[in-house]
Design a protein around this ligand. Structure first.
Ligand SMILES: Cc1ncc(COP(=O)(O)O)c(C=O)c1O
Length: 505
């Protein structure tokens, strides 16, 4: 220690602690915060879904580093005045953009409790790890995995997919890849997914060192499911060309339209070809909780690994991504790395042979499991499954309204909870992009956009358990209103409506 530090005066009962001088003050303010956030959720419909951030508000977050303390009440006022009104909006039932879960008051409370415990779930012997292990066990049961399976919470499916690619890599090349890198053998490995797969699979191949060219994106059928015959042919061709196929990534709910690959056919193909079968089930995998959807996920039980998010259809507050791996030994072989300071003991706080830090890149890990545990226990999987079924029924209602409205056009078959459509107009790409932004800025709803067969689509992903028929009606009314405004502003006549026939489902 430096001399100056040794000589600094040291007194007991120092005021340098961050605990309050008066716990009652923080208790009172804490109760108010809790009331305010419960009101926020209870009265969410009184708010705009989202609103543009005024320049002055954004500028407040360019302030200099606060060197001096501020009164907590004043900091909290900044939160209520300048953060709460400009949040993403996915708590609101009118939020249908991208694929965002709505969270719940139960999950919010659990998050506070987890922060109070401030546990680090990288490892060691404490009950929070047993809670995470309990979720691993429940998830294993949900998907019919063997009891040798392992699982771990991560930020989200992007991370879970990356980790699955790494487990598949170690399985293909052996553990030596961790010391020697991919080498010549790794350079000929190839992986397969569909053109409809999420971009994070490509990113995972890039980050894992294979390069995105080693990922073959196979064409999809009319329902955006991977063409299994084309996949098989590409594997054969690659083998013929000296490549070594090692991984197939199937999708259980594609990001654009919610297509589910033929998981049974993919699992059979992977078994035949001895390939790692990973499923990106970011939101769709939890469809297993819905008796209506579960049969469509047949084959998922044969996957070598599944990535999913409890923060999407599971309604757990962000973030709660998860990776489940059939063979826990392979999972551990990919990530465990002994270190003197992480030595395991047979008793004491360092007891326990397998710690989550052996199953992923993170050593510091929060207690994501607690909000998931509260959510699963409080609502039960039947109720969560019913919520999932209902979001699909609402998507069906939206589809029916679109098909009944000549000014609107359905752009993709509705298979799950995602609806892609647009307002008919001459310059439809521009008009629909503007419509989506207009609706977002109006605060009425928050759809997003995507491109389907080269055409810009308004995309409504109904994930939030709060979304109701009135929210779908409000979205349709807003699309028609803004569509009419945008078309007339652009001098764009509404097109004759007899053109494209309704999509066959
Ligand atoms: C099919 C699919 N895969 C992967 C992801 C990425 O998941 P995350 O945002 O949790 O990283 C998403 C996100 O919506 C998705 O829909």
């Amino acid at each position: 220690m430096t001399k100056a530090l040794c000589e600094a005066p040291l007194q007991s009962g120092s005021s340098e602690t961050l605990d309050p001088q008066n716990w009652d003050d923080i208790r009172a303010l804490g109760h108010r915060m809790l009331d305010d956030m419960i009101d926020y959720a209870a009265d969410i419909r009184d708010r705009p879904v989202w609103q543009p951030i005024p320049h002055e508000v954004r500028a407040r977050f360019n302030a200099g580093l606060p060197r001096q303390p501020s009164e907590l009440g004043a900091v909290y006022r900044e939160f209520t005045d300048f953060i709460v009104p400009y949040a993403t909006g996915n708590v609101h039932p009118g939020f249908m953009g991208w694929v965002h879960g709505g969270g719940s008051a139960v999950g919010m409370l659990a998050e506070m409790l987890a922060a109070g415990l401030n546990s680090n779930l990288g490892g060691r012997d404490h009950i929070p790890l047993e809670v995470e292990q309990q979720i691993v066990e429940w998830t294993r049961q949900m998907f019919g995995f063997p009891n040798t399976a392992s699982g771990i919470f991560v930020t989200g499916t992007s991370m879970a997919n990356l980790m699955a690619v790494l487990v598949a890599r170690t399985t293909a090349l052996g553990q030596a890849v961790r010391q020697r890198g991919l080498g010549d053998e790794g350079a000929v490995l190839t992986a397969y997914t569909s053109t409809a797969a999420h971009g994070c699979i490509t990113k995972a191949m890039d980050i894992a060192g294979f390069g995105s060219d080693a990922l073959r994106c196979i064409e999809v059928d009319r329902l955006h499911r991977v063409d299994v015959a084309a996949l098989r042919a590409r594997i054969v061709a690659d083998r013929g060309a000296g490549k070594k196929p090692f991984l197939v990534v199937g999708s259980a709910g594609t990001v654009d339209i919610g297509a589910i690959d033929d998981l049974e056919a993919l699992s059979a193909l992977c078994r035949e070809e001895q390939l790692w079968f990973h499923v990106d089930g970011a939101y769709g995998a939890l469809g297993i909780l819905s008796p209506v959807l579960a049969p469509r996920l047949t084959g998922l039980e044969n996957a070598d690994s599944i990535a999913l998010d409890f923060h999407k259809w599971g309604q757990v507050p962000y973030d709660a991504g998860f990776l489940l791996v059939r063979d826990g030994d392979r999972h551990r072989a990919t990530f465990s790395a002994p270190a003197a300071y992480l030595r395991r003991e047979t008793r004491g706080l360092a007891a326990g042979s397998s710690w989550p830090c052996d199953l992923g890149p993170d050593l510091s890990r929060g207690f994501r499991a607690l909000k998931t545990w509260f959510t699963l226990k409080t609502y039960g999987t039947e109720k969560l499954g019913a919520v999932i079924t209902r979001t699909c029924a609402l998507a069906g209602y939206l589809e029916a309204r679109i098909l009944a409205e000549p000014r609107l056009e359905l752009l993709a078959p509705v298979q799950l909870n995602i609806v892609c459509f647009r307002y008919r107009a001459a310059d439809a790409d521009k008009v629909n992009r503007d419509i989506v932004i207009d609706i977002q800025e109006s605060g009425i709803a928050a759809p997003s956009t995507t491109v389907i067969d080269g055409r810009l689509a308004i995309r409504a992903a109904i994930v939030n358990h709060r979304t109701d028929i009135c929210d779908i009606d409000a979205l349709i009314a807003a699309v028609l209103d803004f569509g009419a405004q945008r078309s007339s502003a652009d001098g764009d006549e509404l097109l004759e409506v007899a053109h494209s026939p309704p999509l066959a489902m």
